[in-house]
Design a protein around this ligand. Structure first.
Ligand code: ATP
Ligand code: MG
Length: 562
């Protein structure tokens, strides 16, 4: 199946189209997604996943999942497992093509030896500080290392000893011999290997020298015969080094590095390092806290894979860094859930309604549509009885004219039920809070229409008090109070955390059918928003729902007001 026609094109697809026209790479298209396993994936990674795996799918190519695990001190198996789960969940399949940069440690070592033999790399014995100091600046050239002219034999011997573990951390490094006067700092004899006496999660104690990113990445791409190595813009200045390594070593394959603008979203931070701080400082409950813009957080919040893929498609792929409005992401999930989520009734902040003229021991079952716009989703029966719950906000003691819900003497329609008229209400003498309201119902209005043709302006949702199931509902708001928590360089981004980003409602009353809901199931609570069953904490005895998103963009409305 060729889905290409449905996917909007972008400059990367244009490059691939041109390459295919001239039969470059013999018509092969192979991309890769190369996460460093030092954290959970976030929505920015999702953009890269959709781009790389999307291209592979549309061009009948392959996309490799490659763990960039060259840094032994930071990587953990927990992250590898979560990354695999997230990529699969997003709907992509790497098939056989799962790789680890650490799997190439032997080949990378051989390539380094080859560079030394070509006199294109040398062992440098300056300290990290000295190397930094001698690197120069954008306006000043760097200084050549005093070790730059070591003989090939000496370099080979020292590098072998580095590998054999004869030196401590930092005693020597291997540097490419390029050009200390280059206008591009990445080309000023970059470090390509360092000594690190640390166990690696896959290779254990086999190695005590580890390759640097700029050396390992291009060669891993070449080893895997990647055709298009797509990365974010900050690697643009690294491209000359990428090409230098592959050109110098004359690798069989020379992938083309193409850079695109990373995703930045308003009201959040994106880097794994910062997300990790939120987790470690317990400002969120974990990497999958539903307020986190991680793939696992979005999943737990109730986002669907399709909504995230659609979002990534909508924002497009460009060359200019920009910030994306969070409303676009929220609209993507609204659009998807609007189509697929069954409608139910749930009362978040209950107010008791007593229908005085309804028989005390009577119950009836009213038919309710599961999705009024999609009749094929069927209907269900909702119990109705003398005592109901409605939302506190659907009653006002002294309602203004425009308030079309309940007030003394006013009549409304109960969704899928009867017309009711408010006759009186009970009030707590001390607090002034309304504790219950008394209504009468019109038995002739069953199903929501009056035979005499009289109209009501308001329709409200409800649940039968006796049949309702009690649940906890967690309402989430944006985790940060400001659009760009990283804009003020004087301040720590954590100072801008929104203290009201989580609100827990403990006495919500839901229609009884929801007892059968499974963790992760999504619903539209009519008039309230989209909610899903919490996957970690909810139990059949104590149901917990997360609000995924409100029905409308309340922030857009706020902004219009202001
Ligand atoms: P972070 O800065 O969040 O730690 P990273 O770039 O260090 O991210 P990697 O694990 O190295 O994380 O990233 C894997 C892939 O995902 C890379 O190709 C990277 O370019 C891409 N990627 C990371 N962040 C974004 C983003 N915000 N938008 C698009 N692509 C991204
Ligand atoms: Mg990184």
């Amino acid at each position: 199946m060729n889905e290409q026609e449905n996917t909007p094109t972008n400059f990367i697809r244009n490059i691939i189209d041109e390459d295919l026209k001239i039969n470059k790479n013999n018509g092969r298209v192979v991309t890769r997604f190369p996460p460093e396993p030092n954290g959970y994936l976030h929505i920015g990674h999702a953009k890269s996943i959709c781009l790389n795996f999307g291209i592979a799918k549309d061009y009948n190519g392959a996309c490799h999942l490659r763990f960039d695990d060259t840094n032994p001190s930071k990587e953990e198996t927990e992250y590898i497992d979560s990354i695999k789960e997230d990529v699969k969940w997003l709907g992509f399949d790497w098939g056989e093509n799962i790789f680890y940069a650490s799997g190439y440690f032997g080949q990378l070592y051989d390539f380094a030896v080859q560079l030394i033999k070509m006199d294109k790399a040398f062992v440098c014995s300056l300290s990290a500080d000295e190397i930094r100091q001698q690197r120069g600046t954008l306006t000043e050239p760097g200084q050549e290392s005093p070790y730059r002219n070591r003989s090939v034999e000496e370099n080979l011997e020292l590098f072998a000893k580095m590998r054999a573990g004869e030196f401590g951390n930092g005693a020597h490094v291997l540097r490419a011999k390029i050009d200390m006067t280059s206008g591009n700092l990445n080309m000023r004899d970059p470090v390509i290997y360092r000594i690190m006496h640390a166990d690696h999660h896959r290779t254990g104690g086999q190695w005590c020298i580890y390759p640097m990113y700029d050396f390992a990445h291009c060669l891993s791409d070449a080893i895997e015969a990647i055709t298009h190595s797509i990365c974010t813009l900050e690697f643009e200045d690294h491209r000359p080094l990428y090409d230098w390594v592959l050109d110098t070593l004359q690798t069989e394959h020379h992938p083309q590095q193409i850079e695109f603008a990373r995703l930045n979203l308003d009201f959040t931070v994106m880097s794994k390092r910062k997300l990790m701080q939120l987790v470690n400082d317990k400002l969120v409950s974990g990497w999958d806290d539903p307020r986190m813009l991680t793939v696992s957080g979005l999943r737990r919040r109730g986002y669907t894979p399709a909504s995230i893929r659609n979002f990534c498609e909508q924002i497009g792929v460009g060359k200019r860094n920009s910030r994306i409005d969070m409303g676009i992401l929220e609209n993507a999930i609204r659009d998807d859930l609007n189509e697929i989520a069954p409608r139910v009734m749930g009362v978040l902040d209950p107010l008791k309604v007593i229908i005085d003229n309804y028989p005390e021991d009577q119950t009836e079952e009213l038919e309710a549509q599961n999705h009024p716009q999609n009749p094929e989703m069927g209907s269900r029966l909702v119990p109705f009885s003398r005592e109901l719950y409605i939302e506190q906000t659907d009653f006002m003691e002294e309602p203004p004219n425009k308030f079309f819900r309940l007030g003394p003497g006013r009549e409304v329609r109960l969704r899928y039920g009867y017309f009711i008229t408010c006759q009186s209400f009970e009030k707590d003498a001390k607090s002034g809070a309304i504790t219950a309201i008394h209504c009468t119902y019109d038995p002739a209005t069953k199903g929501g229409n009056a035979p005499d043709g009289r109209k009501v302006k308001g329709t409200i949702h409800w649940v039968s008090a006796r049949h309702a199931v009690k649940a906890q509902i967690r309402l989430y708001d944006r985790l940060f109070e400001v659009e760009n928590p990283e804009a003020d360089k004087e301040k720590d981004f954590k100072e801008f955390i929104n203290p009201h980003s989580l609100e827990v409602l403990d006495n919500c009353q839901l229609e009884p059918a929801l007892t059968a809901a499974q963790p992760g199931d999504s619903f539209q609570f009519e008039r309230q928003g989209y909610f899903c069953v919490e996957t970690k904490d909810s139990t059949p005895e104590a149901l917990i729902f997360n609000r995924t998103v409100t029905l409308r963009d309340s922030w857009a409305r706020e902004n219009k007001k202001g």
